[in-house]
Design a protein around this ligand. Structure first.
Ligand code: CA
Length: 225
């Protein structure tokens, strides 16, 4: 997943970024309003973690920009415990949740997972499609009791398609999700096809996976029925 962290406090920002990178997420970090606004305009993020008190503007204004430019991004407001009004206003503007500072990384992670589940209609961190189960937390895939070994990138692609299940996702969106700002250097559209082919091959060894659909000329889609 690709995350934008908007936080002007150097130490908090660095710590959160390091934590998220360690959790296999791509995390871009903006320390001011202007830079965040630019990144939101250019990139597509799965999550935006938003501190409201920024040196050059009110983070609440960014929520409006996110809603206009990147309506699929999920937003968590990071704010001091005392700012009840800001929190309420942020939720009214369309933020998905808020976390009061200071918070633990585990809490941040749990909140992000809870929002994803809510948005995708999943009940838990294990998603079942037919006899396959995909454990989002452990990053494992099973067919009944058989464990299926996917590479890091293959799992990331599968997870990304699952987050957006029943929607067509194009190759560029998948690539952006995999490589973030390194996209320009690494992108070759057939890379994505190779990952999909490998996923199909590994899972398909157990049972044909008709739920992973190729949408000709566009991209891919997972149908959960
Ligand atoms: Ca701040």
């Amino acid at each position: 997943m690709r995350v934008l962290l908007v936080e002007d406090e150097e130490m908090i920002g660095r710590e959160i970024q390091e934590y998220l990178n360690g959790e296999s997420l791509i995390c871009d970090w903006s320390s001011n309003y202007g830079d965040a606004s630019e990144k939101i305009f250019v990139n597509e993020y799965d999550f935006i973690l938003l501190d409201l008190g920024l040196p050059d503007g009110d983070g609440l204004g960014l929520i409006k920009e996110i809603k206009e430019n990147s309506p699929n991004s999920l937003i968590i407001i990071l704010t001091a415990r005392s700012n009840v009004e800001d929190r309420v206003h942020g939720l009214e503007l369309g933020a998905d949740d808020y976390l009061a500072k200071p918070f633990s990384f585990l809490e941040l992670k749990a909140r992000m997972q809870a929002i994803l589940r809510r948005k995708s209609g999943w009940v838990k961190n294990i998603i079942n499609i037919g006899k396959f189960s995909i454990d989002i937390e452990a990053r494992k895939v099973y067919y009944l009791k058989n464990s299926i070994e996917l590479t890091h990138k293959e799992f990331t692609v599968l997870h990304f398609l699952l987050i957006h299940c029943n929607k067509v996702i194009n190759r560029y969106q998948i690539a952006e999700h995999l490589w973030g700002d390194h996209l320009e250097e690494e992108y070759q559209s057939n890379f994505i096809d190779v990952h999909i082919k490998n996923i199909r091959k590994k899972l398909g060894a157990f049972e044909p996976i008709n739920w992973l659909e190729t949408v000709r000329g566009v991209g891919y889609k997972i149908n959960t029925g």
